[in-house]
Design a protein around this ligand. Structure first.
Ligand SMILES: [Mn+2]
Length: 229
C-alpha cells in the first residue's frame, strides 16, 4: 500500500489555519506534502508560514501572490487591496524567505500510487493567473496533457472532476476558503481517489494578530463564513 500524500494550497499568511492542518497530518502520519502556492497575501503571518514549510521541506510552487511579492514589487494590477497588503508584507518578510520564494518553480510533478500528477497554481493556459472553475476533457486535450491528474489551486474552492482516464483536482484553500465552509481545506491522496479534509482552526487568534498589527478589518470579516475577502 502506497503511503499517503497531502496537497495544500492558498495559505495566504494564515498561520493558525496551516498549524491546524499540519497537526492533523502529523496525527495521521502523513509526511509527504506538496503546496500549490500562495503562501503570502491577505493575512499577516507570512514569515511563520514560509518558515514552517521550509523547515518541513514541503515541495512548493509559486502562486500569483507569491509571484507579485517576489518578482513584481508587490503589484497585483487588478486589485488595489491585494497590492496594499503585499506592499506591507514586502516590508516585513525576512530577506532569506524572500530569496527562497523568488526561487520557487511554477510547476511540479510527482507520481503516487502509479498515477502521475502535474501541478500549477493557476492552470495550463497561465500558471499564475488562470482560474479553473470548470474543466472539460477538451482542455487537457488542447494542452496534450500527458499526466493522469492535473492539480491546481487559485480558486480557493475544492474540486475533483474525473475526465475520462484523467482527472482534475483542487485541494481548496488552507487560509481563505471561498466555498461557504470556513474550515481549512486540504486533499489527501490515498491510492487513486483524492480525499478532501476540512479542519477547524483558531480564527480568533488570526483576527487578534491582524488587529494588533493594524491590518484593515475587511480582510478578516468573512473568515467565519468561508466567503473570501
Ligand atoms: Mn490564492
Amino acid at each position: 500500500m502506497a503511503s499517503q500524500v497531502a496537497v495544500i494550497a492558498d495559505i495566504h499568511g494564515n498561520f493558525p489555519a496551516l498549524t491546524a492542518v499540519l497537526d492533523e497530518l502529523d496525527r495521521a502520519g502523513i509526511t509527504q506534502l506538496y503546496c500549490l502556492g500562495d503562501l503570502v497575501g491577505y493575512y499577516c503571518q507570512i514569515n511563520e508560514v514560509i518558515g514552517t514549510l521550509r523547515e518541513r521541506g514541503v515541495i512548493t510552487i509559486l502562486g500569483n501572490h507569491d509571484h507579485a511579492l517576489a518578482h513584481l514589487g508587490g503589484e497585483i494590477p487588478r486589485s488595489r487591496s491585494a497590492t496594499e497588503v503585499l506592499k506591507r508584507q514586502l516590508e516585513i518578510i525576512e530577506p532569506d524567505h524572500l530569496a527562497w520564494l523568488s526561487a520557487l518553480p511554477r510547476s511540479l510533478e510527482f507520481t503516487h500510487a502509479g498515477r502521475s500528477y502535474y501541478a500549477v497554481h493557476g492552470g495550463l493556459d497561465d500558471p499564475m493567473d488562470e482560474y479553473i472553475r470548470t474543466i472539460e476533457p477538451a482542455y487537457l486535450e488542447r494542452h496534450a496533457f500527458a499526466h493522469d491528474v492535473l492539480l491546481t489551486g487559485q480558486t480557493h474552492v475544492p474540486l475533483h472532476v474525473p475526465l475520462g482516464a484523467q482527472a482534475h483536482a483542487n485541494p481548496g484553500s488552507v487560509g481563505q476558503p471561498r466555498d461557504g465552509d470556513p474550515r481549512a481545506s486540504y486533499l489527501v491522496l490515498d491510492g487513486t481517489e483524492p480525499v478532501f479534509h476540512r479542519v477547524t482552526y483558531d480564527v480568533a487568534a488570526l483576527v487578534a494578530r491582524m488587529q494588533e498589527l493594524g491590518f484593515p478589518d475587511y480582510l478578516t470579516r468573512r473568515l467565519d463564513s468561508g466567503r473570501g475577502v
